[in-house]
Write a protein that binds this ligand. Sequence first.
Ligand SMILES: C[S@@+](CC[C@H](N)C(=O)[O-])C[C@H]1O[C@@H](n2cnc3c(N)ncnc32)[C@H](O)[C@@H]1O
Length: 260
Amino acid sequence: MNSSVRKFIFHDLQAIEGYIDPPDALVFLAILRSQQSASLQGGLAEIGVYYGRSYFLLRKICGDGEKIVAIDPFDIVKPDHGVTQYERFAAGGRQLGLSVDEERVIKSDSTLLRPADVIERAGLIRFFSIDGGHMLPHVEADSRLAAASLAEHGIIVFDDTFNPAWPEVTAGVTDFLREEAGRYSVFCLTKYKTYVCRQPFHEFYARTIKTSPELKTFDHIETEFLGSTAIRLHNPMRRRIAYEVMVGLGMRAWSERAYR
Ligand SMILES: C[S@@+](CC[C@H](N)C(=O)[O-])C[C@H]1O[C@@H](n2cnc3c(N)ncnc32)[C@H](O)[C@@H]1O
C-alpha cells in the first residue's frame, strides 16, 4: 500500500501547486501509518490549505473515511487562474480522484476560530498541520487552537520553521514550546518543518521516525532543542540534486528512486 502512496507523492501530487516536498510527505506517511498501527485515533486538521497539496496527501494516506478539517480564508486572487482559490482546490481533488469533505472546510481566518469549531467537525485531532498566516499573532493563535483541540496522542506540525523568510514563525513556535514548559516536545526536524507531540508520546514518535522504512534514506542526527532530543532528518545535497535533475528531465516516475 505504501508503494502506491509513494508513487502518488512523487508523481500525481506534483500536479497540485503547493508547498510540501517529498521528504516531509514521507514523514507525514510514516507518522500516520504509525498512528494507524497503534490504533491511535482522531481527526486531522490543516490550517493553510492553499490549493490542497498537503490536504490531498492526507486524504490519499488516510482514505475517504477520515475526517479532515481544512481551514483557509480561500481569498487568494490570481487573475491568470480565472477561478477562485477554492474552485482550484476542488478541481485538484477531481483531477486526483480524491474527495474534498465540504462539511469540514472552514472558510475563515484561523485566528477567529475556537477549539469547538474544530472538535465538533472531527473530534479530537491526532494530526494537526499549521501552515497558515506566518506572522507572530497567527502562530500564537494557531498553536493555541491546535493544542486545545489535540488528542492526548496527537502531533502538531509547524511549517516554515527556521526559514529566514519567515522569522516570526520560529519565534512563535519557540514561544509556544517555552510557555508550555515541557508539556510538548519536538521529536523531528526537517529542512522546512518542526514536529511536536505531548511529552509522554515523545518516545513513541521518536521511535517512529527512527524505524520507519520510508525515512531510512535520510541521515538521522540527534539534535537537542528546548529540553528534548529531536531527530533531524538531513537530506544530502547529492540526493536533492539527483532528484531535481530527474524532475527537470521529465523523469518524475523515476524520481522516487532517489529517495529509496
Ligand atoms: C503557504 S500556503 C499553504 C500551503 C499548503 N499547506 C500546501 O500544502 O501547499 C499558506 C496558506 O495559508 C492561508 N492563510 C493565510 N493566512 C491565514 C489565516 N489567517 N488563517 C487561515 N489560513 C491562512 C493562505 O490563504 C494560503 O492558502
